[in-house]
Ligand binder design. Structure first.
Ligand code: IPD
Length: 273
């Protein structure tokens, strides 16, 4: 199995590197975009090109593999996770950043086998940050092994958090409440505008936790492998096992920290993927 996963990873990594050029070559200047679910959920021509290149290349190499891609799902493809090897792809995670030229966008590619995340690649080509992980083989930034921090207490945690890409009033209420809780109880809050890069920061030990309600499988599939392989935990924000299609995630450097954050935050339950 490891040999096969290594082979899947090698092909994906090479495609991700190639697609990175599409993002870095177009980062400067105004990008035209169209709206998806609402006025802050954007897609550009580059999102579509990257997804087409990744899906095209991976399906040519592995014809029996399945795909869950952000833009294909937006265009009506069913979001279905089976036991087959499934590539879960966000072609540009942080599309809003990309549109504005804020240099925190990434290609996020995860692979699940038997529904379990086993490969994670998160690439920010603008800053040259390639985060990679394979189950059981550690997590890396540009080939140097990375580890989560050892922070166990909310009071000393730097937490990454997002307002998200929907203006749903109920979710917004939870976001605002949680922002207040984070600011008043933790060390600080950071918002990178890319779920995948927030998780990469937890894996790197630069942030101690990240949670969000309303994300999709493609935002967090790769990050899940990365955080776990860096020694951290990924759970449901209310405690209990992480469910990749639940649109809820809490990742942290330690289980102690995850549990304390979980007890303190306001919960929100979006419709499943
Ligand atoms: C979004 C980003 C953002 C997060 C949203 C995601 P996209 O992904 O990861 O940080 O808050 O929930 O949808 O739309 O830029 O691919």
């Amino acid at each position: 199995m490891t040999d096969k996963v290594d082979q899947y990873y090698d092909v994906a990594l090479s495609l991700v590197k190639t697609c990175g050029n599409l993002i870095s070559e177009h980062i400067n200047g105004c990008k035209s975009f169209v709206l998806k679910s609402c006025d802050i959920d954007l897609v550009t021509e580059i999102d579509k090109k990257v997804e087409d290149t990744l899906v095209g290349g991976l399906s040519k190499a592995f014809p029996d593999h399945k795909f869950i891609g952000e833009e294909s799902v937006a265009d009506g493809t069913k979001c279905e996770l089976t036991d087959s090897p499934t590539w879960i792809i966000d072609p540009v995670d942080g599309t809003m950043n990309f549109v504005h030229g804020f240099p925190h966008s990434s290609i996020s590619v995860g692979l699940t086998i038997n529904k379990e995340p086993v490969v994670g690649i998160i690439y920010n080509p603008i800053l040259g940050q390639m985060f990679t992980a394979k189950k059981g083989q550690g997590a890396f930034l540009n080939e140097t092994q990375i580890h989560v921090s050892q922070v166990k207490e909310f009071a000393t945690a730097l937490v990454t958090f997002e307002a998200g890409t929907s203006r749903d009033p109920e979710r917004f209420k939870a976001v605002m409440e949680n922002y207040k809780i984070l600011v008043s109880k933790g060390h600080g809050v950071r918002t990178l505008g890319s779920a995948a890069l927030n998780m990469a920061m937890v894996a790197l030990g630069g942030a101690d936790a990240y949670f969000e309600f309303g994300i999709h499988a493609w935002d967090v599939a790769a990050g899940t492998v990365l955080v776990r392989e860096a020694g951290g935990v990924v759970i449901d924000p209310a405690g209990g096992p992480f469910d990749i299609l639940s649109r809820r995630i809490l990742s942290a450097s330690t289980m102690e920290l995850a549990e304390e954050i979980s007890k303190n935050i306001v919960q929100f339950y979006p419709e499943r993927d």
